[in-house]
Structures are given as structure tokens and as C-alpha cells.
Design a protein around this ligand. Structure first.
Ligand code: MF3
Ligand code: CO
Ligand code: CO
Length: 290
């Protein structure tokens, strides 16, 4: 790609290329010569796109807070979906999940041995001791943010609480690997996997973090294990999720044939997940949605 020094920058800032992303692109070229795999331009968001993604993130955070205030024993996962529908409508926002490849609800509610993509249902009533992941992806004016949290219902077992806490630690350890111009995407998973194994847990490999912003799912894949392959250099402007799914027992999963969506642990032991949407900055990263 060649750019005119005095022309407008490709990022849409309206500034001259030489005053905007020229030094950035030169730096990328330097890393390419050193043998790094570079992120594509689509993985690097422009200032205007970042502004849009941040607005979606504010609503997504508000939605998970709204759920946090209401979730309790006796509520059904269908109730959680209703709260999501009501919050999104009040905030002129949309669920990216609804109708995504035929997905029937506005959020995912994954209880106990459900790893992810649990479908809200009035038949699933939360009870004391359950651990629940609520995953929400919100769209505002064509921009997307994606996050999930664990909620512990009442008093849970020490084992369940430990899994929830250590899974959050896995996410934090992954985030600590986000070092612009220094680390690569694969470093994130390598660190998460090492920590999860140290805890005696396993990492689900079938589902990854992902670029996000103009769609719910974009490149790159963000692995939660050591991918053992060349992965993209992390640079400012990238927006992606980290969302490790950590199992108490074995890593093996299956998809429930009843609905074609719900992912469960094969050994029916517990699974937990936390997800943040991150923006890579010059010095580290900013958590946009959590
Ligand atoms: N929020 C999920 C993710 O973290 C994806 C939702 S899948 C859907 O990538 F089917 F529910 F939309
Ligand atoms: Co995600
Ligand atoms: Co998500």
C-alpha cells in the first residue's frame, strides 16, 4: 500500500497522512522486516470508529449492571432476557445476538456446566449456589461491544467460587499480555493456559476471543491457549475481546442437540467465563466493556 504524504490519512481523521498514521505505518513495516505477522488495516480502528465502539460499550456495561442489580434465586434465565430487551430498548440499542445465525434470544445465559451460548428459558430457574455467565453484545449505530460476567447466586460452594475467581484471574493475566509493539496475540492465550493449568483447570479451545467493533465477530482470533503458530503483533487501535472459558474438569465439550446452541462440559463439571472488550492504546490497553 502506498500513501501520499500530503494526502488525507487513511484513518479518516482529516489530517495529512504525514501528520497522522505515516510514522505508524513505517513502524509496522519495520516489524514486518523483523519477521512479525502484522495485523491487517481492518483490525486497526480509526478514531471515529473508536468513538462509536465506546458508545456501544457504555450501553453494554449499563446492561450488565442492570442485570447485576436484579439477578437472584427464583428468577428464570428468561427473566434476564426480558431485562435485557427492556434495557436495550430504553437506550436505543440493539442486541447483536438476536437472530445471529438464528440465535433466538438477546443475551446468552450459561448456568453451571453450560460453557457458553446458554439460551434463556423460563424453565431454567436460578437457585442458590448456581454460577451463571451472562454474555451481552450490544450494537449502537452500527458499532459493537461485547462482554460477559459471572454472577454467583447466593451462597455457592468454595469450589464454584474458586473457579469463578480464578477464571477472572485468567482474563486479567491475558490482559496483562497486551503490550503494544511488544507482544503478539498468541502471548495472551499462552499466559492464560499456563495459569489455568496451574490452578488444575482446563481451557476450552473451540471458542476464542475476537476482533470486535464494526461487527460482532471480526479478526483476529484471540486464542485462550498457546496456538503454536505465528500470530498478529499487538498495536494501538486494535479492538478485541478476551473471553476465556475455563473448566473445572476436562476441556471437552459438546453442543446440546436439543437446540444446537448450548455448549456444555462433557463431564458435566462447572465452567466459567469472563469477557472484556479492549482497546489497545499507545501504552497498554483500555477496557471498554466489562
Ligand atoms: N457474545 C458472544 C461472544 O462473546 C457471541 C454470542 S453468540 C450468539 O462472542 F449466538 F448468541 F449471538
Ligand atoms: Co465475544
Ligand atoms: Co460475548
Amino acid at each position: 500500500m502506498s500513501f501520499d504524504r500530503n494526502g488525507e490519512c487513511w484513518c479518516g481523521s482529516g489530517k495529512k497522512y504525514k501528520k497522522c498514521h505515516m510514522a505508524f505505518d513505517d513502524k509496522l513495516e519495520l516489524f514486518k522486516k523483523r519477521g512479525y505477522k502484522l495485523p491487517t488495516k481492518a483490525m486497526i480502528k480509526t478514531p471515529a470508529q473508536i468513538e462509536g465502539i465506546k458508545k456501544a460499550a457504555v450501553v453494554n456495561n449499563g446492561l450488565l449492571d442492570y442485570i447485576e442489580e436484579r439477578i437472584k434465586a427464583g428468577a428464570s434465565t428468561e427473566d434476564i432476557d426480558k431485562w435485557a430487551v427492556e434495557f436495550l430498548a430504553a437506550n436505543n440499542a440493539h442486541s447483536a445476538d438476536l437472530n445471529y445465525q438464528g440465535y433466538p434470544k438477546s443475551i446468552c445465559t450459561s448456568v453451571n456446566d453450560v460453557v457458553c451460548h446458554g439460551i434463556p428459558s423460563e424453565k431454567v430457574i436460578l437457585k442458590e449456589g448456581d454460577i451463571v455467565n451472562v454474555d451481552a453484545t450490544t450494537e449502537v449505530d452500527g458499532f459493537y461491544a461485547d462482554a460477559s460476567r459471572m454472577y454467583i447466586i447466593g451462597n455457592a460452594s468454595d469450589d464454584a467460587k474458586r473457579l469463578v475467581e480464578e477464571t477472572k484471574k485468567c482474563l486479567e493475566i491475558g490482559i496483562a499480555q497486551v503490550k503494544p509493539w511488544e507482544s503478539v496475540i498468541g502471548d495472551i492465550g499462552k499466559a492464560i493456559e499456563a495459569y489455568a493449568h496451574k490452578c488444575g483447570y482446563s481451557v476450552v479451545e473451540e471458542f476464542c476471543g475476537h476482533g470486535v467493533g464494526l461487527k460482532m465477530h471480526e479478526n483476529p482470533y484471540v486464542y485462550h491457549f498457546n496456538p503454536n503458530e505465528k500470530t498478529e503483533l499487538i498495536v494501538p487501535g486494535m479492538v478485541f475481546t478476551i473471553e476465556p472459558m475455563i473448566n473445572q474438569g476436562r476441556k471437552d465439550i459438546f453442543i446440546d442437540a436439543k437446540n444446537g446452541w448450548e455448549v456444555k462440559t462433557k463431564d458435566h463439571k462447572l465452567s466459567a467465563q469472563w469477557e472484556h472488550t479492549l482497546l489497545v492504546t499507545e501504552t497498554g490497553c483500555e477496557i471498554l466493556s466489562k
